[in-house]
Design a binder for this molecule. Structure first.
Ligand code: CA
Length: 618
């Protein structure tokens, strides 16, 4: 070979290398950093760079073992299996990537020191009341981040489905308001990046699993938010979406392998029929569509049978918990994900954080279909989700119906009785997440026809029956809004959350009389409930409703609370002989709603369409 040919080959090689930017390229690794002394020493790094699979990989650190280098169909990815031994110390270690021309790229990977002991991620339980906030719709604490560069959708407060500019700083600014209301935990709808041209504010179409949406703030801001919540004694629950992600997600745009997602010859929607998974008579056709069909055209359905994807998602969840110091998780669309994957995901989380808690969204009308998804359910197929808490949609729907209906054998107040009588189907009904509405449902105030009396009765029931209550932001202001009008109408801006808002409902003077009435009503019960162990851990005894009146008791060794719901339009006399089994030796009581003493518990009156929460005493 003469020198000229060698020169030409060399020239072409240079052009090739420049064209494909191999020397100058940046290697992306996720998770971007990890921690020493995790319970599980294994870590799988996703490495992304053009043709990275052609590189040799080496780690020269005696405390970090590179166990396996995994290649997938797409040469732009490598998955590195590491063991972070107990001897590894916090700091940086080098990962060397060397190509065939012996060119070496070194990536400095950081292992951080853990922030706090794992058991200090305290979980949540029925002593808590959770406040659900949609970050885009609560308060705009930083108008400079409303329409940042690089984000496709710009702020437009006039559009009910648009971005309104709410952010983490806005929520931080009003933590005293939230804490003062009397709730003990905050769940935010997802805050991770959702970068798409429209309808991106809700957060359920992730484009970057490791990044806070810049319209809400930065990852540091999220961590700061969690710290600020903890300073106010508020727990933080993260909303995790495992079933799907946005088609604009960088991993979807350059799939690691075709089986990373469920693919069909043309767009195929899920049938949204969760029973298809549990039905002993079900068809594979229905089951396949339910599980593998896409939730929406823009939401790619992730294939959790792919082990690299499964590990990616599990590590991503643990990363957020460890990074930000979170206390619990609300898992989106639980039954839509591969159920064995979900069980394994939960198991690994509890392996790291034994005191943690997770509530899974299982949106079903029927109790048996809901109970299946809770940890330790008595399922004939032996399935155990490892998810301790489930969303109690059957109870949610029953509350509005009970208040709206005339009394019937199983209607009106009897509806609540019948729902709770089926608690034997749940492994742990006291762990159910209970609510009167949420970000996907018609607001409760609307469901009960804007009737303030019924509204209060429903909330008194919610805060005294079994379970972990959740209150959707704005409920304390009796916000209305029907789901049938569009989701924008059930996710309206909190009044006073934006500069120059006409009314500021964060302060009493800015609220209408009706708003103050509901705010004060809730605040009173919530603050009482905080210290009422009889509600959070006491037993429940209910009596068959009679004459449109529902009576139940919460009791423990030290205390008994009697709750009376009168759904009649007239005042009623309550003769309590029938309830002696629960009343026992108690003769008097104190109604914590009206703050009124009841001298003779044997017979007392209750106002039309109202609730009484009576602490009994001898
Ligand atoms: Ca903003």
């Amino acid at each position: 070979m003469n020198q000229r040919i060698i020169k030409i080959i060399f020239l072409y090689l240079i052009i090739f290398l420049i064209a494909f930017n191999i020397f100058g390229q940046k290697i992306k690794i996720e998770p971007a950093f990890w921690w020493v002394n995790m319970n599980n020493p294994k870590l799988q790094l996703l490495v992304y760079a053009r043709n990275i699979s052609t590189y040799e990989v080496s780690i020269r650190n005696k405390n970090i073992e590179l166990v396996k280098i995994n290649k997938v169909e797409n040469p732009n990815y490598l998955f590195l299996d590491l063991i972070i031994t107990k001897k590894a110390s916090a700091g940086v270690f080098n990962i060397d990537f060397t190509n065939k021309a012996n060119k070496k790229i070194t990536y400095k990977y950081e292992l951080k020191k853990r922030q706090k002991p794992a058991n200090e991620h305290v979980g949540f339980n029925s002593s808590d009341v959770i406040y659900l906030v949609m970050p885009d719709r609560f308060s705009n604490g930083n108008i400079k981040n409303d329409s940042p560069e690089g984000m496709m959708e710009k702020a437009d407060r006039e559009n009910p489905d648009g971005r309104h500019g709410g952010d983490l700083q806005g929520i931080i600014n009003h933590l005293d308001y939230i804490s003062n209301l009397g709730v003990t935990a905050i769940w935010l709808n997802p805050f991770q990046e959702n970068n798409r041209p429209q309808y991106s504010y809700h957060g359920y179409a992730t484009t970057n699993f490791y990044k806070t949406d810049p319209r809400f703030g930065t990852n540091k801001d999220y961590k700061h938010f969690v710290n600020e919540c903890h300073n106010k004694n508020l727990k933080v629950i993260i909303d995790i979406v495992l079933n799907h992600c946005d088609t604009n997600n960088w991993l979807i745009k350059d799939l690691p392998s075709p089986d990373w997602i469920h693919q069909f010859p043309e767009f195929t929607r899920t049938n949204y029929r969760i029973p298809a998974i549990l039905d002993p008579h079900g068809s594979e056709y229905d089951r396949n569509l339910m599980l593998n069909g896409w939730f929406d055209q823009i939401m790619a359905d992730l294939n959790h049978k792919n082990p690299f994807l499964a590990t990616y998602l599990i590590q991503n969840t643990i990363w957020w918990i460890e990074y930000a110091g979170i206390d619990g998780i609300r898992l989106d669309t639980q039954p839509y994900s591969d159920k064995d994957f979900v069980a394994g995901w939960a198991k690994q989380i509890f392996n790291e954080y034994p005191n943690f808690n997770i509530v899974g969204e299982a949106w079903l009308q029927k109790i048996a279909l809901t109970a299946y998804w809770q940890k330790n359910a008595n399922n004939t197929d032996g399935y155990n989700s490892n998810i301790p808490s489930v969303t109690d949609f059957p109870l949610c729907f029953a509350i509005a119906s009970a208040l709206n209906e005339h009394e019937g054998w199983a209607e009106g107040m009897n509806r609540l009785y019948y729902i709770l009588a089926q608690d034997f189907l749940y492994a742990h009904p006291e762990n159910n997440l209970i609510f009167v509405d949420n970000h996907d449902l018609t607001r409760f105030y609307q469901s009960i026809g804007g009737n303030l009396d019924k509204f209060k009765m429903g909330l008194a029931f919610l805060l005294t029956t079994r379970g972990i209550p959740m209150i959707y932001y704005g409920t304390e202001l009796a916000m209305g809004g029907s789901e049938s009008e569009g989701h924008g109408y059930i996710r309206k801006d909190f009044p006073g959350g934006w500069p120059n808002d006409k009314n500021n409902a964060f302060v009493a003077e800015g609220r209408s009389n009706e708003q103050n009435e509901t705010f004060n009503y809730l605040q009173n019960i919530l603050n009482w409930r905080k210290n009422a162990a009889v509600i959070s851990t006491g037993k429940l005894m209910q009596f068959l409703p009679e004459n449109n009146i529902y009576v139940y008791f919460r009791y423990n060794q030290n205390k008994t609370v009697m709750v009376v719901l009168n759904n009649n339009d007239s005042e009623q006399t309550i003769k309590t002989e029938r309830y002696n089994e629960a009343i026992k030796g108690n003769t008097t009581g104190f109604d914590i709603i009206m703050k009124k003493q009841i001298d003779h518990i044997s017979e007392f009156s209750i106002a039309p369409k109202s609730a009484m929460i009576i602490e009994l005493s001898e």
